[in-house]
Write a protein that binds this ligand. Structure first.
Ligand code: CMC
Length: 425
């Protein structure tokens, strides 16, 4: 394709056209500042790609999400979370033997160092799980300094396997600490989801068998959250990684980014909102009215997305899974009915139709997490566990790309021009 031409004052600037493998077309402005002194302003990066990525593809208008080319619907139906993690990290689905050795390697690292318990215990019991998880993830770098070099592929592999293995144990232990219960050690005879449920929900005094319906639902939820292109937290991971920080520090930054209510923190907010509705603090229409009111900062949580201007395909799968899981577990949750009424009301309202605001991944996920027995403030750490392979795949891609440069955006300086210092008068 011929270059695009930008006209500015009396200059014509050629901008190479760049095409993605799904026929996406962009203008490459990488040399703009160096060659012309001009730069671009793009609030929230809505128009800017920093990298060429092969991890996941999203068509927001058509409601399509694929990991490494595989439709999310197929992966959610057929794959295990570790299989998807392998796919994201290494680019192709594993053979049986590759999957077995990957599972074996991850399973061997599930224990935490005993002295890490003191780290959890340094937090107040009421600390938010996302804050503890981010700190504990960052702290892992101090326990495993042997594999921090971001340019050593064996060290990166070891750190990735350690993170996949230890984050579930850290989440379970922070849960136990907050619940004043004994820590439960991992059981390596169980699969990833079942072992996680065991560490969270079992107690030493009684036998515990993870419910296969619950484990299967968790497996699907983890897969649906596993990657989502250059979202806020993946960008945070890449940004920190671009300065050559180690994987643990970079992932910790991603956890912090995810904690915000406009991002992963929305799943907790959705449940709080549905509970308020159930408690009778306003009917569905009054919440819709508030969401539409420009003078009210309230937003309908779990609705809207920067990229999806159609149904978020993950929300579609989760909605069906919520109905199935509740039926299988024989749970009649009034919040599911309220959520469905809210969705139907919003989708027939001009405000939401004009702005193409549809339910996103966070809208129904909380209803399942609740049915599986997790308290509301644990929802976002479950999102983080699911997103972990995606963050690491994005970080690995960044480190392996010879074109990577440290992330260092321009700014439009709009402060004071030069002025002389005056001593205090
Ligand atoms: N409720 C009411 N109005 C909304 C909502 C909402 N949830 N989302 C967007 N809008 C309106 C917004 O006020 C704006 O209206 P106008 O054009 O009149 O000013 C228009 O829609 C476009 O919104 P925007 O803020 O420019 O869109 P954005 O791409 O910057 O923000 C978003 C995307 C996800 C932050 C936003 O839709 C939102 O705040 N949603 C609620 C929080 C949420 O559910 N977050 C989870 C996102 S999906 C999973 C994840 O990333 O973790």
């Amino acid at each position: 394709m011929a270059d695009a031409v930008l006209r500015f004052e009396d200059r014509e600037i050629n901008l190479p056209v760049i095409e993605g493998s799904e026929n996406e077309v962009g203008l490459d402005i990488s040399r703009l500042a160096a060659e012309t002194g001009l730069f671009t302003l793009d609030r929230g990066f809505g128009n800017t790609a920093e990298s060429q990525s092969q991890v996941s593809f999203i068509d927001g208008a058509a409601g399509i999400l694929r990991y490494r080319g595989y439709p999310i619907e197929q992966l959610a139906e057929h794959a295990s979370f570790l299989e998807v993690a392998y796919l994201l990290l290494y680019g192709s689905l594993p053979t049986k033997s590759a999957l077995a050795s990957f599972e074996d390697s991850v399973t061997r690292h599930t224990l935490l160092r005993e002295d890490m318990k003191k780290l959890f215990e340094a937090f107040p019991h009421e600390a938010h799980p996302m804050q503890i998880l981010a700190s504990a993830t960052s702290a892992l770098a101090t326990y495993y300094p042997d594999a921090l070099d971001p340019r050593n592929p064996e060290a990166v592999d070891l750190s990735m396997h350690r993170l996949l293995a230890k984050v579930p144990t850290m989440i379970a232990w922070l849960y136990k600490y907050r619940a004043h219960q004994p820590y439960m050690y991992p059981r390596n005879d169980l699969d990833y989801s079942a072992n996680f449920l065991h560490m969270v929900f079992s107690i030493p005094a009684e036998p515990y068998t993870p419910d296969p319906v619950v484990a299967a639902a968790l497996n699907v939820l983890l897969i649906l959250h596993a990657d989502h292109g250059q979202n806020c937290s993946a960008t945070a991971v890449r940004l920190v990684g671009s300065g050559d920080a180690n994987l643990f520090s970079s992932v910790s930054a991603g956890i912090h980014a995810l904690s915000g209510p406009l991002h992963g923190g929305a799943n907790q907010e959705v449940l709080d909102m549905l509970e308020e509705m159930a408690a009778g603090e306003g009917d569905v229409s009054s919440y819709i009215a508030r969401a539409k009111d420009r003078n009210d900062p309230f937003r309908l949580m779990g609705f809207g997305h920067r990229i999806y201007k159609n149904f978020d395909p993950r929300a579609r799968i989760i909605k069906q899974a919520a109905t199935d899981v509740l039926a299988k577990l024989r749970i009649d949750d009034p919040l599911l009915d309220i959520a469905q009424e809210l969705e139907a009301t919003a989708l027939s309202d001009d405000y939401f139709i004009e702005r193409k605001l549809y339910p996103n991944v966070d809208f129904y996920s909380g209803i399942i997490y609740r049915a599986l027995g997790f308290p509301t403030d644990m929802f976002t750490v479950l999102f983080a566990l699911g997103r972990l392979p995606g963050w690491m795949a994005q970080w690995k891609e960044l480190k392996e790309d010879p074109k990577t440069r440290i992330y260092r955006p321009q700014q439009v300086y709009s402060g004071e021009t030069e002025r002389a210092y005056q001593p205090p008068s």
